[in-house]
Design a protein around this ligand. Structure first.
Ligand code: SAM
Length: 226
């Protein structure tokens, strides 16, 4: 029996190993090898793996604040082939919108097909480090989500939050410590990022999780824009 979670249209199937599912916006259509479906009461659900998605890993690690709601407009930075973005598309539903920013033309080829099948996803080929490049495509959003392996992950996230996130909106940063500095211990880097976010006047840190064992050396920071 599926039980609702704090994320919209997202459920847990309890068992020896709890599994996460979203209500599918595109029943009968699967895009990813690792995707499996579940039917209950005539509704199709798609399994979202915490081993392939930092958003799912944060949910599995007990994160309490996501800010995502049905109808939310989301700026998703580092959309890759569209795996997690397609689940965010299920979460926000047909009335929501997911702007998917990705700078690799190679993965964009797959992302475009996912976006074509989902009217609430829009692909943007651009670097998240240059938010002005896509300002004409993206109005103010309710949620900024970032998952990119860059040295300046925090700076890129904060620039996008400043430009696109509504006041009161939520920013989620999936941070990869090894991309920032391989010579420092990940927990030291996480503490440093926490401190930097804690000192800011434009955002408040509202949740924090380390993502191991699902993602080694990754942490998940959730902020609310003031
Ligand atoms: C870890 S993958 C994202 C996986 C995706 N979030 C998911 O869960 O399905 C990181 C992606 O960020 C992209 N990326 C890295 N730096 C970027 C940048 N500055 N702007 C846009 N995309 C970037 C990479 O090309 C890669 O596809």
């Amino acid at each position: 029996m599926l039980k609702p979670t704090l994320l919209p249209n997202t459920f847990i199937l309890e068992g020896r190993m709890a599994r996460i599912y979203t209500r599918s916006l595109t029943p009968g259509v699967a895009f990813f090898e690792q995707e499996s479906a579940w039917k209950e009461g005539g509704v199709e659900y798609r399994e979202l793996s915490p081993r392939h998605s930092k958003l799912a890993a944060a949910l599995a690690k007990g994160c309490q604040r996501f800010g995502l709601q049905e109808g939310s407009h989301v700026l998703y930075l580092g959309a890759s082939h569209g795996y997690t973005p397609s689940f965010v598309s299920d979460m926000v539903g047909a009335g929501g919108l997911v702007h998917c920013v990705e700078f690799s033309p190679v993965v964009m080829r797959d992302l475009v097909f996912v976006c074509e099948a989902r009217a609430n996803m829009s692909p943007i080929l651009a670097s998240a480090a240059q938010p002005r490049e896509y300002a004409w495509r993206c109005a103010q959003v309710d949620v900024v989500f970032q998952d990119i392996a860059q040295r300046d992950q925090l700076g890129i996230f904060l620039r996008n939050v400043a430009m696109f996130l509504k006041s009161g909106g939520t920013g989620m940063l999936a941070l990869k410590a090894r991309s920032i500095d391989t010579s420092r211990r990940p927990d030291e880097i996480f503490r440093d990022i926490k401190r930097q976010l804690g000192e800011r006047k434009d955002v408040t840190l509202i949740d924090y999780r380390e993502l191991a064992p699902f993602e080694k050396d990754h942490a998940f920071f959730v902020v609310k824009k003031r």
